[in-house]
Design a protein around this ligand. Structure first.
Ligand SMILES: NC(=O)c1ccc[n+]([C@@H]2O[C@H](COP(=O)([O-])OP(=O)(O)OC[C@H]3O[C@@H](n4cnc5c(N)ncnc54)[C@H](OP(=O)(O)O)[C@@H]3O)[C@@H](O)[C@H]2O)c1
Length: 248
């Protein structure tokens, strides 16, 4: 049990990578606080975890709302008395489109969902972790905007690259308090985010010539969450099937 006695907030838990991570973290003994907008899906997941003997709490909300992250932290502290891990993973592709044609409202919305939400999350999670003298903050970035530019994904790429900068600053601000901050950079992964009909083209961008299953990314998140990564902070950890080294 690699997360025994620990409490983890997981955003984007209603589907895809976040859902897989919630199941994996709970399997490893963590009490999980499940976050996303879709309360019905969170409820189903929480029931599934409890049915397997795990501990889960759910609170639906929108990560663009500055009040949501503090509510999640408060729930973790109220129910379990601690917050050890935050997998800040919720994200959106947005409407997309070439930069010159993109709607500024969509730009702002993608930045708010993917990047500003991380700021809100860290602000609310750090005090609880600082008081305990330990913690692991994990933010889901992407191969897009790090290793590769994909047309039509300007806002998404900028938001995900921004997370890496935020993580570097958090690492140096928090290291002496025993809190680690890392970015997780998945390659293409089989979730609702993968565009219909795009699997073959996306798979071809990776050395492994396939996309990841959500569990493969959840396992990497588990590593960053657990003490096995105790000397890792400020890292941009690629779990990308060789996307970043594939040039042909
Ligand atoms: N799939 C890929 O190929 C890939 C590759 C690299 C990085 N990523 C990143 O991985 C993370 C997880 O995505 P996924 O692939 O698992 O896709 P997904 O299945 O579409 O999951 C996205 C999650 O984010 C939540 N979410 C989106 N907007 C939200 C908001 N405003 N407030 C609260 N929750 C919100 C969604 O829940 P609700 O709709 O219920 O709110 C959902 O649980 C994202 O940050 C994504 O950018 C994905």
């Amino acid at each position: 049990m690699r997360l025994s006695q620990k409490t983890a907030i997981i955003t984007g838990a209603s589907s895809g990578i976040g859902r897989a991570a919630a199941l994996r973290f709970a399997q490893e003994g963590a009490a999980v606080v499940l976050a996303a907008r879709d309360s019905a899906r969170l409820g189903v997941l929480a029931s599934e975890i409890r049915a397997k003997g795990g501990t889960a709490f759910e609170l639906a909300g929108d990560v663009r709302d500055p009040g949501y992250a503090p509510s999640l932290t408060a729930l973790a502290l109220r129910e379990t008395g601690r917050l050890d891990i935050a997998f800040n993973n919720a994200g959106t592709l947005g409407a997309g489109g070439l930069v010159e044609c993109s709607d500024p409202d969509d730009w702002h919305d993608v930045l708010r969902t993917n990047l500003t939400s991380a700021f809100f999350a860290a602000r609310s999670q750090i005090p609880a972790m600082r008081a305990a003298g330990r913690g692991s903050l994990i933010f889901t970035s992407s191969f897009v905007g790090h290793a590769i530019g994909l047309p039509g994904m300007g806002a998404y790429a900028a938001s995900k690259a921004g997370l890496i900068g935020l993580v570097q600053v958090l690492a140096v601000e928090l290291g002496s308090s025993g809190i680690r901050a890392n970015a997780l950079l998945p390659g293409g992964t089989r979730t609702g985010m993968l565009m219909d009909g795009a699997e073959a083209a996306i798979a071809g961008l990776h050395a492994l010539k396939r996309i990841a299953e959500p569990d493969e990314i959840a396992n990497a998140a588990l590593f960053l969450a657990s003490d096995e990564s105790s000397f890792m902070t400020g890292a941009a950890m690629t779990v990308d099937g060789g996307n970043s080294v594939t040039k042909a």
